[in-house]
Design a protein around this ligand. Structure first.
Ligand code: DX5
Ligand code: ZN
Length: 214
């Protein structure tokens, strides 16, 4: 299982300390949530913060763009250090073009889908992408309640991935905790994003270790 702690729940007054903590854990990636206040009802951070994260992070940056018209900024996010870039299907009129733009820049391409979006809509791009980010909450905020319908979507997506001979990883984002993590693994998840579960824990490093071992 790939574990990607979400820095959205980190201490923004001392990001460096939390980044070092994740560097020293068994976490695999940093999950970076970028929100524009238009696609989602919240604004998180942009390039200066991301560049600062990149300076200290010793693991790949998994960047989740919750923004409209992401094509405008994909090259800039790559320049800011993104290793994986996920765009929302709901925010892309020409999703295939966005995916090519990400891949041409040298990053791995992901597509994120909201809880209401059927995974069947991914069928014709699955073979082209490296990751599907299945939202298990409505995007915009950390610490929300996990939506149970996600398990069914993971199983459906896993089947589609096999059918289309895709290598895409299934990432679950939102409300992941120590209780649902084993069930998500059984359903076919490859990557778990965890914000509140990690940064809200008394021992975040140990919690990352427990998620890793599910
Ligand atoms: C939600 C973000 C998530 C969020 C997850 O819009 O995409 O990555 O930070 O946080 P938790 O794990 O607290 O639900
Ligand atoms: Zn996210």
């Amino acid at each position: 299982m790939i574990i990607a702690p979400s820095l959205l729940s980190a201490n923004f007054a001392n990001l460096e300390q939390d980044i070092h903590m994740i560097n020293n854990s068994v976490a695999d990636w940093f999950h970076i949530d970028v929100m524009d206040g238009v696609f989602v009802p919240n604004i998180s951070f942009g390039f200066p913060v991301m560049k600062a994260i990149h300076k200290h992070a010793q693991k790949p940056l998994d960047v989740h763009l919750m923004i409209v018209d992401p094509d405008r900024y994909i090259p800039a996010f790559r320049d800011a250090g993104a290793d994986v870039i996920s765009v929302h299907l709901e925010a892309c009129t020409h999703l295939h073009r966005s995916i090519q733009l990400i891949k041409n820049g040298g990053a791995k391409a992901g597509v994120a889908v909201n809880p209401h979006t059927s995974v069947s809509l991914l069928k014709d791009v699955l073979a082209d992408i490296d990751l599907v980010c299945l939202m298990s909450v409505n995007p915009g905020f950390g610490g929300q309640k996990f939506i149970q319908n996600t398990y069914q979507k993971v199983r459906e997506l896993k089947q589609l991935i096999i059918e289309t001979k895709s290598n895409a990883l299934i990432e679950i984002d939102g409300g992941v905790d120590l209780k649902n993590a084993p069930m998500l693994k059984d359903a076919g998840a490859d990557v778990l994003v965890a914000g509140n579960t990690v940064f809200g824990a008394a021992d975040p490093v140990a919690t990352v270790g427990m998620l890793k071992k599910v």
